[in-house]
Design a protein around this ligand. Structure first.
Ligand code: SF4
Length: 467
């Protein structure tokens, strides 16, 4: 799941060095956010719907074992197969075994963040299979050897001119940056892939426990092609993506598209309930659902369980002032933005993602837009505390905070330190290190001045006043 070992600062510097991409990211994120704002008003009682959605998610996560077992029974009774994967390696092995048993040579995929998380493409390709992404964004990312920078809009960071150059180079077509023409090129290329693929791999936006249904939402219709044309369909599902009933699903769908792209409804909402029946002309002969844990049950047992309410809408990315400035790649993880800063350390371990909980201003905007009201700032603070407990804090910061605690916990020491700081301020006329802090603190004062300390402390002024 980890994508890079480079430090966050290096990744951010690289992101900031490409102003065209930063502008593209900002434009798209702001557009999604503004669309969300305008369409939320079309929901008769948006706030009550959000409360209801949160209650459904909380109840489901608190009873996850029961609903997953119910889903498994329901799907199996329809002829589907359910597999359980503890981690990424097991999930990849299961999919590979399904493919090999069915003699699969070519795999077509619709968008699935879980497949990115477990590294499925690489695994199947290493086993000698051809894997083709069919979501337009994922298709572009695959052609260019890139990876998604947003959980619902994978190539939000690319300009249409860049996409035109990628198509010209990789598909050997004349350059164009006209979006309808780019769409037509991708459609022509993918049509043949759908018709000749042996296996379709999809994600799972929601699974419905009472009916054994897998719900997929897409805007391009590729999800339907992937799940109906090939003879085998495999759906990858994070173990938290379940809702108890179809009625609960309807509540979630009212919020998902509105929060994600600002649509009232995603263009294609597909409910897949088992493989093709004997009397049906279309659909896969086999349907498999792989339920992936990969660290989620660790969160379930702890104080970060609330993140499992997430419905992966991406609204917290679109509003986040940090995401808007640095984009998704700088997070160095499959899941970027505020949700990713919580999910990535849970799934990939704190040592690999210790910097991410700090990549936030804690302004609270993410919590405000989250359709299920996840308290992301509190979860980020809990993770920051955990990084300290696990010794992931730089030595200078640990020593500095210890020094501050020793100084601030005794009035005498605190007053002495305040006098010393004030004396230094006077001595240097407010300059020296006051404008520019030394060492690692210098990053903070690179674009702002550190104000000089007051020449007299509040206490001394107070004493003087009452003498
Ligand atoms: S945390 Fe909330 S806003 Fe962010 S992706 Fe998940 S559901 Fe959407």
């Amino acid at each position: 799941m980890q994508m890079t070992h480079r430090p966050l600062e290096a990744r951010v510097r690289e992101a900031l060095s490409n102003p065209d991409r930063l502008a593209a990211i900002r434009r798209a994120a702001v557009r999604f956010y503004e669309n969300r704002e305008s369409v939320m008003g079309s929901l008769p009682d948006a706030e009550a719907t959000r409360d209801l959605a949160r209650a459904i998610r909380a109840h489901t996560i608190a009873n996850l074992d029961r609903y997953l077992a119910q889903f498994e029974d329901a799907l199996q009774s329809l002829g589907g197969h359910v597999h359980w994967a503890r981690d990424a390696a097991e999930a990849c092995r299961i999919v590979q075994e399904i493919a090999e048993a069915a003699g699969v040579r070519r795999v077509v995929k619709s968008k699935s963040m879980v497949s990115e998380e477990i590294g499925l493409n690489r695994s199947l390709e290493n086993a000698g299979m051809e894997v083709v992404e069919s979501d337009l964004g994922e298709f572009i990312a695959q052609l260019s050897g890139d990876h998604p920078s947003h959980i619902i809009a994978p190539v939000l960071h690319l300009t249409r001119q860049e996409v035109g150059r990628i198509f010209a180079e990789k598909l050997n077509v004349p350059y164009t940056d006209e979006i309808p023409e780019l769409n037509a090129i991708a459609r022509r290329k993918l049509r043949d892939v759908y018709l000749n693929a042996d296996m379709g791999v999809s994600g799972c936006n929601f699974a419905v426990a009472e009916t054994g249904t897998v719900c997929l939402v897409t805007n391009e219709g590729n999800g339907r092609m992937v799940t109906t044309l090939p003879r085998v369909h495999v759906a990858l599902m994070g173990m938290e993506r379940i809702v108890p009933t179809l009625h609960d699903l309807a509540v979630m769908l009212q919020l998902l598209a509105r929060s994600a792209t600002g649509q009232k409804m995603t263009v294609y909402t597909s409910l897949i309930t088992g493989p093709r029946r004997p009397d049906e002309p279309h659909g896969p002969e086999e349907m498999h659902v792989v339920i992936v844990d990969n660290g989620r049950s660790r969160a379930l047992a702890g104080e970060l369980a609330e993140i499992l309410y997430c419905i992966r809408c991406g609204a917290c990315l679109n509003i986040c002032p940090v995401y808007r400035v640095i984009g998704g790649h700088a997070y160095g993880s499959v899941y970027p933005g505020p949700v990713g800063s919580v999910v990535s350390p849970i799934l990939g371990g704190i040592p690999a993602h210790a910097e991410l909980p700090h990549a936030s201003t804690l302004c609270g905007a993410c919590q405000e837009v989250c359709p299920v009201r996840i308290d992301l700032p509190t979860l980020l603070l809990r993770l920051r505390r955990e990084t300290v407990h696990q010794g992931q804090t730089p030595v200078w910061l640990t020593l500095g905070m210890k020094g501050f605690a020793i100084t601030a916990s005794r009035p005498g020491r605190f007053q002495l330190a305040a006098r010393l700081a004030s004396w230094l301020s006077r001595l240097t006329g407010g300059g020296w290190f006051m404008g520019r802090l030394p060492g690692p603190l210098g990053a903070w004062t690179r674009f702002r001045a550190f104000p000089p300390f007051a020449s007299h402390s509040f206490q001394s002024l107070w004493r003087k006043r009452h003498e």
